[in-house]
Design a protein around this ligand. Structure first.
Ligand SMILES: [Zn+2]
Length: 416
C-alpha cells in the first residue's frame, strides 16, 4: 500500500510545499518594490533611524506618543519585496539619538508573524550580536524596550556582516584558505552582482578518464536571504574541508569541491525576505531556469555531469525553525544510494543538543537538491539549520559534519 502511494506521488505535478504561497513554482518575473533608502529623524531630543546600508530592511518609521506614557514608542514598518511570500520577515536598521534615553521599539510586519529574535551591536562587522531577550509578541508585531544614545545601535534579524556578499573574498583570505580555492564569477544576478563559484580542483585537467576514480562534492548556499545560520554553518563546514590535517588533505586529493556560497546576492543586499530582485524564490526555479542566478549555476555545474566521477554528492544549506535533514526518499535509487541516510546518524550524534531529525521527500519539486539528483543521478541533501543557532553551535555543527562527510565519502570512493 505504501509503495503504491509513493509511486503515485512521484507522478503528481509539484505545486509547492505547505508553507509556499500559491504561485511559488511560477518563476516568471514578478513585480517587486525596493525600499526607499533614507535616514529618518523625529522627536525631541532627536531620534534617528536609517536603512542606508547593505542588508537593511526598514520601510518606514514614526514616533507614537503613548497616551500618558513616559517613554517614546518608535514604530517601524517592515514589508516584503513582493507578496504573497512565506513567513520569513527580515529586518535591519540602525538607531541612535542625540541624548541617551529609553524607548519602546515596535516592529510591525505586513502580513507576517514575528520570527527572528532581534539582535543588536555597536560593531556591525562582528558576527556575534546581542540577542534582545524581552520581546513581547502580538499578531503581526513585536515590541521591546531599548536604551539608545549617540552611539549607533545596529538592530537586525541576524548579524548583517554575514549578509555582506562583498565580504566573501575576505572570508577566504581571513580563513587562510585563499591559496587552495579558485574564486570565479560564473554569471550575474538581475542586479548585476556576481554569482560566485569557489572551486577546489584535484587536478588541472578535467577529462572524463582523469576524473574516473575521483569524486565531486557540490555545495550550495544562500538562495534565501534571511537564512544566515545555514550560510554560517556552510562557511564553517567549507573551512573544515580545507584544513591541513590528514583527513582534509586526503579528501582534497580525491574530491573536486564546487561551491556556490551566495546564490541570491541581490536578495541579501536588498534585505529581502526570500526572493531575488524579480520576486522569485530561486529554490523553485530548478526546472525551468527562468532566473539568471539559477541559470548561471546550472550552466557552470552541468559540464561536470559529462565527466566520469566515481562518487558525486550534493548539499544545499538552508535555515528553518529546527535542525533537520531533508534527504531524497529512501525508495528512490540514486548513485551512492541512501548516502544521506547513512551520514545522518553521525551528524546527529556529534551534535546531541541540536535534536536533529530527518524527513524524506520525493525528488519531484523544482529545487536544487532534486536538480543534482536528476543531472548526476546521485544522492543530494537539503541541510536545514535552526534559525537561532549560536555561532559556537554552528561552528561545531559545520566542522563535525565536514569530518564525518569526508570520512564516509572517502570510504564510498574506496568501495567503488
Ligand atoms: Zn531556505
Amino acid at each position: 500500500m505504501s509503495l503504491f502511494i509513493l509511486s503515485c506521488s512521484t507522478t503528481e505535478p509539484f505545486t509547492g510545499y505547505s508553507y509556499d504561497p500559491p504561485d511559488a513554482t511560477d518563476t516568471r518575473d514578478k513585480l517587486t518594490e525596493l525600499q526607499k533608502k533614507r535616514t529618518i529623524g523625529f522627536g525631541e531630543p532627536k531620534i534617528w533611524i536609517s536603512n542606508e546600508f547593505n542588508a537593511a530592511r526598514l520601510n518606514d518609521a514614526w514616533l507614537v506618543k503613548g497616551r500618558g506614557e513616559a517613554l517614546d514608542t518608535i514604530r517601524v514598518r517592515i514589508e516584503p519585496e513582493n507578496a504573497p511570500i512565506n513567513n520569513s520577515p527580515w529586518y535591519g536598521f540602525k538607531l541612535w539619538s542625540d541624548a541617551p534615553q529609553e524607548v519602546i521599539l515596535q516592529l510591525h510586519y505586513a502580513d507576517a508573524r514575528h520570527r527572528y529574535v532581534p539582535k543588536w551591536t555597536h560593531k556591525p562587522e562582528s558576527s556575534i550580536w546581542q540577542p534582545i531577550d524581552s520581546v513581547s509578541i502580538t499578531a503581526g508585531a513585536a515590541s521591546m524596550l531599548l536604551s539608545i544614545g549617540p552611539e549607533v545601535k545596529w538592530i537586525a534579524a541576524h548579524p548583517t556582516n554575514a549578509n555582506d556578499f562583498l565580504g566573501l573574498t575576505n572570508y577566504l583570505e581571513a580563513s587562510g584558505i585563499s591559496d587552495l580555492v579558485q574564486s570565479d564569477t560564473v554569471g550575474y544576478s538581475h542586479g548585476k552582482r556576481g554569482i560566485i563559484e569557489w572551486k577546489t580542483q584535484i587536478e588541472a585537467s578535467t577529462t572524463a578518464e582523469e576524473m574516473s576514480g575521483s569524486g565531486l562534492l557540490l555545495l550550495f548556499s544562500r538562495q534565501h536571504p534571511p537564512e544566515v545560520s545555514g550560510y554560517r554553518t556552510f562557511l564553517h563546514f567549507y573551512k573544515r574541508l580545507h584544513a591541513s590535517d590528514q583527513l582534509a588533505l586526503q579528501f582534497r586529493e580525491a574530491f573536486t569541491i564546487l561551491a556556490y556560497p551566495m546564490m541570491n546576492p541581490d536578495g541579501v543586499v536588498e534585505g529581502h525576505w526570500r526572493h531575488n530582485l524579480k520576486g522569485i524564490d530561486l529554490n523553485r526555479d530548478w526546472e525551468y531556469f527562468r532566473q539568471p542566478e539559477t541559470r548561471a549555476i546550472r550552466d557552470a555545474v552541468s559540464p561536470y555531469a559529462e565527466l566520469d566521477y566515481s562518487v558525486v554528492y550534493g548539499i544545499d544549506f538552508h535555515s528553518t525553525n529546527e535542525n533537520v535533514f531533508y534527504p531524497i526518499n529512501e525508495e528512490v535509487v540514486t548513485g551512492i544510494d541512501n548516502f544521506t541516510q547513512r551520514w545522518f546518524p553521525f551528524v546527529a550524534e556529534a551534535n546531541p543538543a541540536l535534536n536533529f531529525r530527518s524527513e524524506e521527500f520525493e525528488p519531484n519539486s523544482p529545487i536544487s537538491k532534486n536538480w543534482v539528483y536528476k543531472t548526476f543521478g546521485t544522492d543530494a541533501l537539503t541541510f536545514e539549520v535552526d534559525d537561532e543557532l549560536s555561532e559556537e553551535a554552528m561552528k561545531q555543527l559545520g566542522e563535525s559534519a565536514a569530518e564525518s562527510l569526508m570520512t564516509l565519502l572517502l570510504e564510498e570512493l574506496k568501495g567503488q
